[in-house]
Design a protein around this ligand. Structure first.
Ligand code: KIV
Length: 271
């Protein structure tokens, strides 16, 4: 299906309509002005300013170190490049867990200081007090269940979640609780496709999958992974559309060679 150019601005209501009509939702991460602009102009529905910035922009092993100030910086940069899509910003680790007032304060900072349109939070029943408080202040919230990277030290690995019945049951219950709390959409990360199907069919809000199969209402990938910038990262769920690592490396090698040989700049490239 091609991009619907009649939609001037994607909102949370547009996404609900897409679920109703069966139009799949496309989402990618971005962390800066230049890529935000390319991705938006290509027609994406949602840009997630993900806390995966901690990995792919800052080089940390996990998403835990990134701060609220750093997320605000990335979101401000993306917002300057975007005209059409919905911009969702991750609340980083430590800015909302266990304290619903702090969660609201963090969400308000994101909305006031960045111009983003919504926030995303990882977790189920245990964070609903914070979610409700944020939504009652008028801020749309996207939930995130399954593999939640901010809890990596609790899980111990990045393997598929909810393969066992007890964890799958908790996830199904959490999905309904998050919908009831007012979330406008849910990310489902790295869970069995059949479970994602059951959850997607049980909800009226859209599900956006990553490593969660084809039955979700939409899909999300980390931009650096799908463009092959992060070229050594090749999980089964990833489709790599480019090998940008190789392309950039080839271009840089050519530039170095042109400088060393004196070929660059030529007469036409000087004043
Ligand atoms: O931070 C992120 O990039 C995410 C996606 C993996 C959904 O949360």
């Amino acid at each position: 299906m091609s991009v619907n150019k009649d939609i001037k601005r994607i909102t949370t209501h547009t996404l609900l309509k897409m679920k109703e009509t069966g139009e799949k939702i496309s989402m990618l991460t971005a962390y800066d002005f230049s890529f935000g602009r390319i991705i938006d102009e290509a027609g994406i529905d949602i840009i997630l300013v993900g806390d995966s910035a901690s990995n792919v922009m800052a080089g940390h092993e996990t998403t835990l170190p990134i701060t609220l100030d750093q997320m605000i910086y990335h979101a401000q940069s993306v917002v300057r490049g975007v005209k059409r899509c919905l911009i969702v910003v991750d609340l980083p680790f430590g800015s909302y867990q266990g304290n619903s007032k702090e969660a609201l304060a963090s969400a308000i900072r994101i909305m006031k200081e960045t111009g983003g349109h919504a926030i995303k939070m990882e977790g189920g029943e245990e964070i609903t007090e914070g979610i409700k408080r944020i939504i009652s202040a008028g801020v749309p919230v996207m939930g995130h269940l399954g593999l939640t990277p901010q809890s990596i030290y609790k899980f111990g690995t990045y393997q598929v979640r909810a393969k066992e019945e007890a964890e799958a049951d908790k996830l199904k219950k959490d999905a309904l609780i998050l919908q009831e709390a007012g979330c406008f959409a849910l990310v489902l990360e790295k869970i069995p496709a059949e479970l994602a199907k059951e959850v997607s069919e049980s909800l009226s809000i859209p599900t956006i999958g990553i490593g969660a199969g084809n039955f979700c209402d939409g899909q999300v990938l980390v931009m650096h992974d799908m463009l092959g910038i992060n070229h050594e990262f090749k999980p089964r769920f990833l489709r790599q559309y480019l090998n940008l690592y190789e392309e950039v490396s080839t271009a840089v090698k050519q530039y170095i060679s042109d400088v060393k040989s004196g070929d660059f700049p030529s007469e036409k490239e000087q004043y």
